[in-house]
Design a protein around this ligand. Structure first.
Ligand code: GDP
Ligand code: IMO
Ligand code: MG
Length: 423
């Protein structure tokens, strides 16, 4: 049981990158198991901020191994620019980063298809990051995908070309104007494949099993969040991978019996970027407050995040699906200054009360019911110990813990590594 999993319980951007970076010293390997460059994981230390899209958030720690697992979809162009942005010596980087030969590739034409699909949907679009995630996973499950290991095979050129041809045929199905510069994008893609060729491409299951046999510790880093999961999220407004703890088994090739802790991470409120239902979303001055104080701008697309109160109905659902053993709460500091804080404890649907997340979250008669808790004024960003936190914030934490029946083990009070309280 040497694998712990850390994943988002909401619609992403809960602060996974920051906390993985904080926990890395306890592990030997940090492994991403799903998603791709739709993720944007922010880390801050020594006054510098970094955003990672594909590379696991343990990369800044010397001597730790970072694995991009088989469940990830990889865009060589994004990976190349990410590697360059890290300011880590290339030899050093090479000793820290490993890529599964079974990870699927995102081609430029996957991005074109993503955009064409979104444009053709008009008002009912998903709000995708347009990174080609959906089409790449469609090719994977359709058994047409190209994997990292394929670039080393003698029939690579032929297979790549036939995939591109298929994508151009598919693009004809979308009756929309497109503005793709295919020649430019293809040239860039082929050039950046060379970057991948120089990386440590590994049989990732053998890699991880060997490590586990040697009693090494692994932290599996989730991307997106449970409510964006392909099965359990707010379908169809979801991503295309399994973002839950079960996804860690599939995306790394490990048995459920190897998993020990499941860290579930939540903000002290809720945000969502992109389209889809969001029962506790607010549109008043509190929404503006959360957006501004929380700097709620998407790390990957720069879009404003929609803001709302904490939704315990959704959080309970997410905790159950993942079997969360440890809760992590981020961005409590953002709430400082609010007189009253609302937290959703149940929903009314057609007049009846439920604590169950319903099939149709866009039901016209669905209303979130809120409990109003006292706010606090103190700036928490410099607090280092649990006992020094403001009493109303502690009451807020107690309410959440008791509702979910899971202890909160880490509280984050700012974006920096140092702004972290271990409970
Ligand atoms: P991720 O995708 O889950 O890794 O989260 P993102 O990095 O996309 O978004 C989280 C944002 O909140 C980033 O800008 C972080 O730097 C920031 N952040 C993380 N934890 C805290 C916190 O406790 N307080 C504040 N104010 N910001 C935080
Ligand atoms: P991290 O790992 C927040 C959202 C998109 C869109 C939907 C589908 O940083 O938490 P996709 O590009 O996957 O087809 O988009 O999912 N989305 C995210 N929202 N954080 C993310 O990742 C996200 N990755 C995808 O905004 O609504
Ligand atoms: Mg993010």
């Amino acid at each position: 049981m040497n694998v712990d999993v850390l994943l988002g319980l909401q619609w992403g951007d809960e602060g996974k990158g920051k906390i993985v970076d904080c926990l890395t010293s306890q592990y030997d390997i940090i492994a991403r198991f799903q998603g791709g460059p739709n993720a944007g994981h922010s880390l801050k230390f020594d006054e510098k901020k970094y955003i990672l899209h594909t590379i696991p958030s343990g990369i800044f720690h010397p001597k730790k191994k970072n694995l991009i697992g088989n469940g990830v979809v990889l865009d060589p162009v994004v990976l190349d620019s990410e590697l360059k942005s890290l300011s880590i010596d290339s030899e050093d980087l090479n000793s820290r980063l490993f890529i599964s030969e079974k990870a699927h590739l995102i081609l430029p034409t996957h991005r074109f298809l993503d955009k064409a699909s979104e444009v053709s949907k008009g008002k009912v679009k998903i709000g995708s990051t347009l990174k080609g995630i959906g089409p790449a996973y469609m090719d994977k499950t359709g058994r047409n995908g190209l994997r990292v290991g394929d670039i080393f095979q003698s029939d690579w050129d032929k297979r790549y070309q036939s995939m591109v041809d298929k994508h151009f045929d598919l693009l004809k199905l979308y009756p929309v104007e497109t503005d793709f510069d295919f020649d430019y994008e293809q040239q860039l893609f082929l050039e950046k494949l060379e970057t991948i060729r120089k990386c440590n491409i590994v049989d990732s299951t053998a890699f991880i099993h060997k490590a586990l046999n040697e009693n090494q510790k692994v932290l599996a880093e989730g991307a997106q969040g449970t409510l964006l999961d392909i099965d359990f999220g707010t379908y169809p407004f979801v991503t295309s991978s399994s973002t839950t703890s079960a996804g860690a088994c599939i995306g790394l090739g490990i048995s459920p019996r190897t998993i020990n802790k499941v860290y579930g991470i939540t903000k002290a409120y809720t945000t969502r970027v992109g389209k889809g239902p969001f029962p506790t979303e607010i549109f008043d001055e509190n929404s503006k407050f959360l957006l501004e104080q929380g700097n709620e701008i998407g790390s990957t697309t720069g879009r404003k995040r929609r803001c709302g109160w904490l939704d315990l109905v959704a959080l309970k659902y997410a905790s159950n699906i993942n079997g969360v053993t440890h809760l992590i709460l981020t961005k409590g500091d953002v709430l400082s200054g609010l007189k009253k804080i609302n937290v959703c404890s149940d929903y009314s649907i057609n007049g009846s009360i439920t604590k169950h997340l319903p099939y149709n979250l866009e039901h016209n008669d669905l209303r979130p019911n809120f409990i109003e808790l006292e706010g606090w004024d103190e700036d928490m960003s410099l607090i280092k110990n649990f006992k020094n936190l403001p009493e109303p914030f502690k009451n807020y934490l107690t309410y959440i813990q008791e509702y979910l029946n899971i202890p909160i083990s880490i509280i984050s009070v700012g974006p920096d590594r140092k702004q972290t309280i271990y409970n």
